[in-house]
Design a binder for this molecule. Structure first.
Ligand SMILES: NC(=O)C1=CN([C@@H]2O[C@H](COP(=O)(O)OP(=O)(O)OC[C@H]3O[C@@H](n4cnc5c(N)ncnc54)[C@H](O)[C@@H]3O)[C@@H](O)[C@H]2O)C=CC1
Ligand SMILES: O=C(O)C(=O)COP(=O)(O)O
Length: 530
């Protein structure tokens, strides 16, 4: 049974997938302090949050069972990603589910600031019928500057076109071609500062975007501009904005987000007649909350159950077509790594991965991680290692990872070979994915074999002489060990050989010792693959 803690308000309908899962138990405890979370997090496998819960390193250290943190939304700036990666805690978000909702909120804010809706509402309900103070402006024919043309920025730009606005877009990844397709003029920040009547920001908060519109920009900004921020507090310098409004340079601002949330009671935005605010409501619609909760719950279930999952935030993104090609190899890769780790003696210095055939043309990063995870899981325990922290742990331990690729097929359409170099020796295990038959080990050290990588496997090295198979079979039989499969491999007649014996249950060290001391047998090891 996996225990999931939901620590922010998340749609019940969205998490019904988790509620109904027989292997999941859910606790909802919102509004907890860091201390309160630290006190209880130890018993949970997963934590589900929105933007309120600050998931600190302290919480993760106390979360001994924590495998995954799910963010029902986009921004993960409330989660210490480095701390999560170090611990192998997978962080996932739901980046698509609230795009339209946040875009629509941006428009609501833009129109509200253009027409003074909140101010006019407040006056009207207070009993004052004032039709003079709230002269607004149209959006039509105005220049809209969009900083950050990602998911939300692009949707805002598309809707602005329908309002008859002239849209300037800036994003480091905005190509001329895409801008043209969207009917947007590709611009620089300076162009936007100089020309825009409305500016809306849709970037994450990074060292680069922090105070992207600050004192210096306000000094040059087009007089009468209105500024909207439904992205992250801090992209626009709050104090510089207040100064620019008071100086008559900026006509108004609409902010959904603050540098510190909630803002202090004396925050200069809160009583300013030209600034309208909402309490981080960008993603707060029924639809968006359902969408993000569904997305994140699905991923969370996959991760807890050990199934393949979509991109995690603390792992490099992988294109869907690449993932489709690689996923079938994940199990094979992990098993090869684990097999090699079980037979190699001494501390691992290098993991050399060689891809041949159809894998040579694919970006194998995600598969490399699986292989390294397989190797390290043997030494560090499978609880400690996963695809998120595998490379980090290897680097920390000074383990060199070398990846080579070759188009040569070596008789198989695809082949992965994993060579472990330790202080004592070098061991190789190679395998392939056989169409219709699944993963197979095709080579151990220099010996060709054909072994299904699962269950208990005895790896016996011996001299290629008559009678060996019988001796091993008899010994195992007398020790009540049933043989399921048996393979022998040799390079030359009468030379060194190996025997790979699949057995129905694990054998003791004593039995391995007995096998190794039979005549003409050199060594016996047991490998256990899950
Ligand atoms: N107010 C709210 O409740 C919500 C806020 N958000 C926030 O909105 C922001 C945008 O979200 P999405 O569009 O989904 O993200 P996204 O990742 O699709 O788009 C962000 C864009 O910003 C661009 N960018 C990064 N650095 C930049 C720079 N220095 N200058 C210009 N552009 C830069 C990126 O290239 C990317 O295209 C995020 O900060 C997110 O956390 C998202 C949902 C709800
Ligand atoms: O998705 C985001 O980035 C948001 O800012 C939405 O935050 P929330 O889930 O409403 O606390």
């Amino acid at each position: 049974m996996f225990k999931v803690l939901v620590s922010d308000p998340i749609s019940d309908l969205g998490i019904s997938l988790l509620v109904e899962a027989s292997d999941i138990s859910i606790d909802k405890k919102t509004g907890l302090s860091e201390d309160e979370l630290v006190a209880i997090i130890g018993e949970y496998d997963a934590l589900l949050v929105r933007s309120q819960t600050r998931v600190t390193e302290r919480i993760m250290t106390a979360g001994k069972q924590l495998k995954v943190i799910g963010r029902a939304g986009v921004g993960v700036d409330n989660i210490d990603l480095d701390a999560a990666t170090k611990r192998g805690i997978i962080v996932i978000n739901a980046p698509d589910g609230n795009t339209i909702t946040t875009c629509e909120h941006t428009f609501a804010m833009m129109m509200a600031v253009a027409r003074h809706i909140p101010q006019a509402y407040a006056k009207t309900v207070s009993g004052v019928w004032d039709r003079k103070s709230f002269l607004g402006v149209e959006l039509r024919n105005k220049v809209l500057g969009v900083l950050g043309m990602g998911r939300i920025g692009s949707e805002v730009a598309a809707r602005a076109k329908a309002f008859g606005m002239d849209v300037l877009g800036y994003d480091p990844f905005l190509t001329e071609e895409r801008a043209e397709k969207m009917g947007v003029r590709k611009a620089t920040v300076d162009d936007i500062i100089a020309e825009a009547d409305f500016i809306t920001v849709h970037t994450p908060l990074t060292p680069e975007t922090r105070h992207m519109i600050g004192k210096e920009q306000f000094a040059r900004i087009k007089k009468g501009v209105r500024i909207v921020n439904c992205a992250r507090g801090g992209i626009v310098d709050e104090l510089a904005l207040v100064d620019a409004i008071n100086a008559g340079q900026v006509a108004g601002a609409a902010f959904d987000v603050f540098e510190e949330e909630p803002p202090a009671a004396d925050h200069p935005f809160l009583n300013h007649t030209q600034i309208i605010v909402t309490p981080h409501l960008g993603a707060s619609t029924v639809e968006a909350q359902e969408n993000v909760a569904i997305d994140v719950s699905e991923q969370l279930l996959h991760i807890l159950r050990g199934e393949p999952f979509k991109n995690a935030v603390n792992m490099p993104p992988v294109a869907a077509d690449v993932m489709n090609k690689l996923e079938p190899y994940f199990q094979l890769g992990k098993k090869l790594g684990n097999f090699a780790a079980q037979i190699a003696e001494g501390p691992v210095k290098e993991i050399a991965i060689a891809y041949a055939g159809e894998l040579a043309d694919v970006d194998t990063q995600p598969l490399n991680r699986q292989i390294v995870e397989g190797v390290l899981a043997h030494h560090l325990g499978s609880e400690q290692v996963n695809v998120v922290n595998a490379l980090h742990l290897a680097k920390n331990r000074g383990v060199n990872i070398v990846v080579t690729k070759s188009n040569a097929t070596k008789g198989f359409t695809n082949q992965i070979s994993v060579t472990l170099r330790t202080d004592n020796e070098e061991r190789l295990v190679a395998g392939t994915l056989l169409n219709g038959f699944g993963p197979r080990i095709t080579q151990i050290d220099k010996f060709p074999v054909d072994v299904e990588p699962q269950g208990h496997i005895l790896l016996i090295s011996h001299d290629d002489k008559p009678g060996i198979i019988g001796r091993v079979g008899t010994l195992l039989g007398t020790r009540d060990v049933n043989i399921a499969t048996m393979q022998v491999g040799r390079k030359i007649v009468g030379g060194a050989a190996i025997m790979v014996v699949g057995v129905d249950k694990g054998v003791t060290k004593a039995i391995l010792g007995e096998i190794a001391s039979l005549p003409d047998l050199n060594n016996a090891k047991e490998v256990h693959l899950y």
